[in-house]
Ligand binder design. Structure first.
Ligand code: NAD
Length: 459
């Protein structure tokens, strides 16, 4: 039995709270361990703590839960710190998006080529970046050997920022690769029988290997497209993996984009609502439109309300609500379990682009310090990245990953330097900008709406 301490920062998260707590309770090897739930929202924290302790009791799990709104107290003594916090929440991002839209930037300035995911802010997310570094610095002070698991977005910018600005080991987590299953199902095979790999950056991954035995399953996918694409209809705003947009990207790049990568194509798919509907289906046009995002916010609200409702109802059967045999599909707990309890597990993680055991870059086209999202095997010895074979096609590297990588470097450059001229220059390169006056107006309004942004850039 492990005796470790795990802290979850932003434990009230609509997306993660119950999933992570449930996975911890279900993993009996963690019995005896300590879990600290931390959030600045007392109401959410109390509700999640209530469910966590009741669920653990119902399962006979001997986890010790603690709750706090103090970051340092949560981190103290931790072996693993999981960050799921969204500082300022979806409301602050909505304000930033609105300022952008008012100034001619559809979906705001953070929604840009190769990154249209509506809560993956890389430019106006100052408080989120500040918090990433605050957590890392507190960890350096009190638990320098502990590891930070980053689930809060933007994972690509965040992992690179933290690893460059602190001595803390950080690993990025995302569940987007699970959509490989949808491509496998479409071509009539069980994912368990497929030999697959994905590779790229977070939210920018590509199905580089898709085989069953000697058969290259891309042949079957081509036949599926001929037969089915005309009949495709979105079931909900997230139903994008086999959308006309995804298939069009496949036809151009030669590999399938996976998961949120479909939301992160070029401008071609994202000029305006009508364009989005054409590629991502009616009526929403995918999740990154006004209607699609409203749909998602309603689901998040329902999830939070469910947490509160169950927390307030002591008679609720939590084992029925959260069946013990079902793991959530999030990788955080599996990762810690694999490392601490030496259970060999295949995961897809965001790690530095260097394979230490083979002494080579995982994706040869990028520097060693840049974080890449790739399949790995994790066990008591650590993380062993797979050799990516075949490698990512040159077209994807040059026309998709290079520009996305540069955008990450620009965003970090602007944030770290606090130099507003770098920030403005990034906007100069945005196709929606047509004058310097537009940028000047926008920056003034962003600074008025967001004091942390104003402070960072000395405005
Ligand atoms: P949410 O607003 O429901 O939850 C965020 C939580 O963070 C809230 O409980 C809030 O009170 C808390 N918080 C805010 N500031 C805090 C602070 N200073 N200290 C501690 N806690 C604080 O948001 P959500 O929809 O659950 O999303 C959370 C994050 O996860 C976002 O960044 C989102 O983009 C990201 N996300 C990641 C993945 C992934 O697979 N990596 C998937 C979905 C969402």
């Amino acid at each position: 039995m492990a005796d470790i301490k795990i802290s979850i920062i932003g434990a009230g998260s609509a997306i993660f709270s119950i999933r992570l707590v449930g996975d911890l309770c279900r993993t009996k090897e963690f019995h005896g361990s300590h879990v600290t739930l931390m959030d600045i929202d007392r109401e959410r924290l109390d509700a999640v703590y209530n469910l966590a302790t009741r669920y653990a009791k119902a399962l006979g799990s001997k986890l010790h839960f603690e709750k706090t709104d103090d970051l340092e107290r949560a981190i103290e003594g931790s072996d693993f710190v999981i960050n799921t916090a969204l500082v300022g929440g979806h409301a602050e991002q909505a304000i930033m998006r609105e300022v952008g839209e008012r100034n001619g930037y559809y979906r705001g300035i953070d929604a840009t080529e190769f990154n249209f995911v509506s809560d993956y802010f890389t430019l106006t997310n100052t408080r989120q970046f500040d918090y990433f570094l605050e957590i890392a610095r507190k960890m350096e002070k009190v638990v320098p050997k502990a590891e930070l698991l980053l689930a809060a977005n933007p994972v690509f910018e965040g992992t690179n920022l933290i690893s460059r600005m602190s001595g803390i080991k950080v690993t990025g987590f995302c569940h987007g690769h699970h959509d490989v299953r949808l491509v496998a199902e479409a071509v009539g095979v069980e994912l368990e029988d497929v030999d697959w790999q994905v590779a790229g950056f977070n939210h920018n991954i590509w199905l580089t290997r898709f085989r069953k035995g000697k058969e290259n399953l891309y042949g079957r996918l081509d036949r599926w497209i001929e037969r089915e694409i005309e009949n495709w209809q979105a079931k909900d705003p997230f139903d994008l993996q086999l959308s006309p947009g995804a298939i069009d990207m496949y036809k151009f790049y030669g590999r399938m984009p996976i998961g949120d990568s479909v939301r992160n194509g070029s401008w071609k798919y994202n000029y305006d609502p009508a364009t989005k509907r054409r590629w991502f289906g009616h009526p929403w046009g995918g999740v990154d439109t006004k209607e699609g995002w409203q749909w998602y916010q309603e689901r998040l609200r329902e999830s939070t309300e469910r947490t509160f409702k169950l927390a307030g109802d002591e008679s609720a059967d939590l084992l029925k609500e959260f069946p013990p045999e079902e793991m959530s599909g999030e990788q955080h707990v599996q990762y810690i379990d694999a490392l601490v309890n030496n259970k060999k597990t295949r995961l897809v993680l965001n790690i530095p682009n260097y394979d230490n055991s083979r002494k080579e870059r995982i994706i040869p086209d990028f520097p060693e310090n840049v974080y890449v999202e790739v399949p790995v095997t994790v066990d008591g010895n650590g993380v062993l990245p797979e050799v990516i074979d075949p490698q990512i096609p040159e077209k994807i590297v040059k026309m998709y990953l290079f520009p996305r990588w540069l955008r990450m470097e620009w965003a970090l450059d602007a944030y770290i330097s606090g130099d507003i001229s770098v920030f403005k220059e990034i906007l100069v390169r945005d196709r929606r900008t047509d004058s310097e006056a537009q940028i000047e107006r926008l920056v003034v309004e962003l600074a008025e709406a967001n004091p942390a942004f104003a402070k960072r850039y000395g405005l």
